[in-house]
Every structure is written in C-alpha cells, then in structure tokens.
Design a protein around this ligand. Structure first.
Ligand code: GSH
Length: 190
C-alpha cells in the first residue's frame, strides 16, 4: 500500500475500507458466539493489534493481567491520538487541518512542538526498561517502531536524541517476525 501514490483512495480499496485509511485487516471470524465464521473488515490500528494478540495468545503480545493490560491501552490510545493524529500527522499532513495553504506552516510548526514533547515523554518512559511494558515485548513496541520511523521522516535525529527509543526499536527489529514484515514492505530503518 503506497499512500503517496493514492493507493488508499482507489475504488477497490475504498470498497474494502470506505474510510480510505491504513491499516485494514480482513478477518474470518464469528460475529457472535455460535454464528458461522464469515469475512469481516477490521480497521483502527489499536483494534487490529488487540484482535491479533487475543487471537494468538501464545505469542504473548499483550499482558493478561488487569493493570498491565490497561497500561498497554494507555500507551496505544495516547500514541494513536495525541502522538499520531494530534502530532506527527499535523507535521506530515497539515493540509488535513487547514484548507488555507498559507496557514499550513503554522500548523506544522505548532504540531512539531507537540511532537517533540511527545518523543521526550516516550524517551523518559522507556528509561531502564527492556520493553515499553517492562520485561516482555508487546504490541506497544511494534507501535514504537513505527513512531521511530515517523520521527526520522519528519527530520528528527532519533538515534542520537532518543537512545532508549532507538534501543527498543533495534531490539524489536531484530525479531524474526519483524524482520519478515520489514522485508515484505521493503522498508529500511536506520
Ligand atoms: N486512527 C487510525 C488512523 C489511520 C491513518 O490515518 N492512517 C494513515 C497512515 S499512517 C492513513 O491511512 N493515511 C492516509 C490518508 O490520510 O489519506 C488508526 O489508528 O488506524
């Protein structure tokens, strides 16, 4: 899926996800207990990651216990709202916030302030932790890998400025499944 080429706005993709956003996951599941399994479309990154973690519990991608699980939700909610929609997206897509092109630079500049505060917040929360939630890799670390890439895309010197974030990104990308996803997408992460 290449968003820059408008592949998320093709009639074929909009027929799958009318919101025209990425990611989208087609699942074969039961609408209700006892129903026959049928294909459904799932959107929203957090929902997709929770679905995958709960569908494949042996992978241990989300904690089961109450408070650790809620901590994971706290991370993902903040990353998806404050950091993505209210942060990185204002810098990458200011045209989605103001229709006047002359105002776009002001949106970007203010957005960048929030983004820098957000990356500093992430950095301090990762200090002294092998992974975002503690001892175990989780879907939160997957999200942090994406935010590392976005930080680089908006011109931040991620490795130098945010060493804890870089350490967790390095550990995440060393995992075979992550390597497979990176190779599949043809992404380079430095
Ligand atoms: N809240 C959604 C946001 C999805 C989203 O905006 N994805 C971006 C890519 S990171 C996108 O589809 N952009 C295309 C566009 O805005 O046209 C989620 O968490 O999945």
């Amino acid at each position: 899926m290449v968003i820059a080429e408008g592949q998320n706005q093709t009639p074929a993709y909009l027929a799958i996800n009318p919101r025209g956003r990425v990611p989208t996951l087609a699942i074969s599941d039961h609408a209700a207990p006892g129903d026959e399994a049928k294909e459904q479309i799932l959107t929203e990154l957090s929902a997709i990651l929770i679905y995958l973690a709960k569908t494949y519990p042996a992978a241990n991608l989300l904690p089961q216990d109450n408070l650790p699980f809620v901590r994971a939700m706290e991370w993902m909610s903040w990353l998806g709202s404050t950091m993505h929609t209210g942060g990185v997206r204002t810098v990458l897509r200011p045209d989605r916030f103001v229709s006047d092109p002359a105002a776009a630079d002001a949106v970007k500049a203010r957005g960048m302030k929030s983004v820098l505060a957000g990356y500093a917040d992430i950095e301090s929360r990762l200090a002294g932790r092998p992974w975002a939630l503690g001892e175990h890799y989780s879907v939160v670390d997957m999200c942090l890998l994406v935010f590392y890439c976005w930080g680089k895309r908006i011109g931040l010197t991620m490795r130098q400025a945010y060493p804890n974030h870089a350490r967790i990104m390095d550990a995440a990308r060393a995992r075979p499944a992550v390597q497979g996803a990176i190779a599949h997408e043809g992404i380079t992460i430095e």
